[in-house]
Design a protein around this ligand. Structure first.
Ligand SMILES: O=P(O)(O)OC[C@H]1O[C@H](OP(=O)(O)OP(=O)(O)O)[C@H](O)[C@@H]1O
Ligand SMILES: NC(=O)CC[C@H](N)C(=O)O
Ligand code: SF4
Ligand SMILES: [Mg+2]
Length: 472
């Protein structure tokens, strides 16, 4: 089964300490994070004596049965995960949270992100006697923790985290604590919340809204937070802090109602659309956003340009997941099934279409053609992000160079290929201006600029890497 999205997500994590409905809250939290990963899901719980978990392939509702949920009910502590694979194939053994048993105690672990030195670390650990159970990058943390001989949990955790390179938001559960860690670049979002008297953690604040939790604050790069019966402990695993939050979270990945530093993604996307309007000198009769993720940018564009926004494209909401074979022809068929123009809205009009990104160009190529066929006089494309040119090594599947149209072609060549009357991308500077205006302290923009903020030590694309076969 393939998801027909042009960009593929990452993962979502949730955790809660000491709540009588811990597993239920985790299930609800994960449900609202489903857009971050649809390949597998799981929950691991703890009760002060041991850990117990359930996981499965597919969407959350498919992955966990009612009986499994009932078996998790009595546990007061829980972590959960929804997965979109970056390193390691899409198979049950790689579905998280992982659960390890040892005479020193049980350990549960869930990760959002991608480690760029997992191959090296794994080889060294294996040479030292470790036997891995999965082909995922995330498992190395468990072995690093187990290998450390210190009797102090936090010392073990800090030392293990310092050896990891890349993007990671981790929740780690043992019998008597839940540890939350974010890498020193803070590439992936991680939020702290509170429900009743219990602390919780989630990839996005939409999980707090769904569970009824209060959103406290964004977790900072390099932070290490421990929840236990002693309360909450705020610390850092490193002094280094180089904020480089993923720009694509704002542009495309996060849910529109999720907040970053107490501003919704919707508002940020609207601002990106406004900035684009300032940089795009084209007159038109109507503005159309590509549903759903680009509607906010189209709204901002429309307000700034003073051109009314219309719903000129309709999305068939049941085509989110379809049985299709891979390949360009199948993708084109899928986009045709997914989007269609509203004829009497577009007929005879000069149109500006706003999309949040162009990856392979399949969506824009189809839209321009379909709008012209429905009678549009002119079709101008505006993209509320800079040209996407490079693959991501930090937890998002944006394909390889060969598949990304802007890494092969100039803007004029892309315009020609998608047959638009004009094509304008948002500039990198304007994008950063928007983020700074909402309190961002630094953003990763490597897929646009090629400036990778974290050295790619393994030098292999995550989606080509399966650590079972070394992948290199
Ligand atoms: O150039 P392409 O390869 O066609 O990819 C670009 C498209 O992919 C994304 O949408 P997607 O279809 O993933 O889903 P959405 O409905 O969530 O916007 C993005 O919003 C663009 O519309
Ligand atoms: N997308 C993610 O965050 C995936 C986490 C981890 N790298 C995996 O592949 O399972
Ligand atoms: S390379 Fe792009 S998708 Fe990857 S973390 Fe950086 S901004 Fe996000
Ligand atoms: Mg889209």
């Amino acid at each position: 089964m393939y998801d027909i999205r042009g960009l593929n997500e990452e993962c979502g994590i949730f955790g809660v300490w000491n709540h009588e409905r811990a597993s239920e809250l985790t299930y609800i939290g994960l449900h609202s994070l489903q857009h971050r990963g649809q390949e597998g899901a799981g929950i691991v719980c703890a009760n002060g004596e041991y850990l117990f978990g359930a996981r499965g392939m597919g969407l959350l509702t498919e992955a966990l049965s009612k009986d499994q949920l009932v078996s998790l009910r009595e546990f007061p502590h829980a972590i959960g995960h929804v997965r979109y694979a970056t390193t390691g194939g899409s198979e049950l053994s790689n579905v998280q949270p992982f659960l390890f048993k040892s005479h020193r105690g049980d350990l549960g672990l869930a990760h959002n992100g991608n480690l760029v030195n997992a191959v090296r670390l794994r080889e060294a650990l294996e040479d030292d006697g470790a036997i891995f159970q999965t082909s995922s990058d995330s498992e190395v943390l468990a072995h690093l923790l187990r290998k450390n001989k210190s009797s102090d949990r936090k010392t073990r955790m800090k030392s293990a985290l310092r050896q990891l390179k890349g993007a990671f938001a981790f929740v780690v559960l043992d019998e008597d604590s839940l540890t939350i860690a974010l890498d020193d670049h803070g590439v992936r979002p991680l939020m702290l919340g509170k429900i009743d008297d219990s602390y919780c953690v989630a990839s996005e604040t939409c999980a707090f809204t769904a569970t009824g939790a209060e959103y406290i604050r964004d977790i900072e790069p390099g932070e290490l937070i421990t929840l236990s019966d002693d309360g909450i402990d705020f610390d850092r695993y490193t002094d280094s802090e180089k904020p480089n939050m993923c720009s694509m979270e704002y542009i495309y990945f996060a849910r529109a109602d999720s907040e970053f530093r107490h501003t919704s993604t919707y508002t940020i996307r609207k601002s990106l659309g406004k900035q684009l309007a300032r940089e795009m000198d084209v007159d038109a009769d109507i503005v159309i956003g590509v549903p759903d993720s680009s509607l906010a940018a189209a709204k901002g564009f429309s307000e700034e340009a003073g051109i009314k926004q219309e719903q000129g494209l309709l999305k068939n909401r049941y085509v989110g997941r379809t049985f299709i074979s891979a390949g360009q022809e199948a993708r084109e068929r899928a986009v045709r099934m997914k989007l269609s123009p509203v004829r009497d809205v577009v007929e005879g009009k000069r149109i500006i279409v706003i999309d949040d990104s162009i990856v392979r160009g399949t969506t824009s190529r189809f839209i321009v053609k379909a709008l012209r066929k429905a009678g549009a006089k002119e079709v101008h494309m505006g993209v509320s992000s800079p040209p996407l040119k490079n693959p991501c090594f930090y937890g998002i599947d944006v394909s390889t160079h060969a598949e990304i149209i802007a890494s092969q072609k100039s803007t004029e060549e892309i315009r020609e290929e998608i047959d638009a009357d004009s094509l304008t991308y948002l500039s990198v500077d304007a994008m950063h201006d928007v983020y700074h205006s909402y309190g961002s302290r630094g953003q990763c923009d490597a897929c646009f600029t090629g400036n990778y903020p974290i050295e790619i030590i393994d030098q292999v694309l995550p989606q080509e890497k399966d650590l079972k076969t070394k992948g290199v």
